[in-house]
Design a protein around this ligand. Structure first.
Ligand code: SF4
Length: 101
């Protein structure tokens, strides 16, 4: 049986809906620079299609699935980064008080 064709637009829109919900749940906002934000969303989509999980597009995978689990979005680092720097490494999730209107 041939593999199902990958619907990239559908995966992208699922990820976009998830990031919005996840940011809201945590009291964060998404990067107001939509161009930058879309670049990250496309990277997450690409990694989902190529590697089967939402690997962070801003970090290098080691190739060891156990270790790389740490960098599946939301990565293990994001809370500390958002707390300390105001945003996660990819500039996807932001603390509301660090975003200028
Ligand atoms: S740095 Fe941000 S975008 Fe990258 S995996 Fe962590 S939470 Fe997701």
């Amino acid at each position: 049986m041939p593999d199902e064709p990958v619907n990239e637009a559908e995966i992208l829109s699922e990820i976009a809906a998830w990031v919005e919900e996840y940011a809201a749940e945590n009291g964060w906002v998404l990067n107001p620079d939509t161009r930058q934000m879309n670049t990250v969303l496309r990277g997450l989509t690409r990694n989902t299609i190529r590697f089967g999980s939402r690997y962070c597009p801003c970090r290098l995978r080691s190739g060891d699935p156990g270790k790389d689990r740490e960098i599946i979005c939301p990565c293990v680092y994001h809370r500390d980064e958002i707390e300390a720097e105001g945003n996660c490494h990819c500039n996807l999730f932001f603390r509301e008080d660090t975003v200028q209107e």
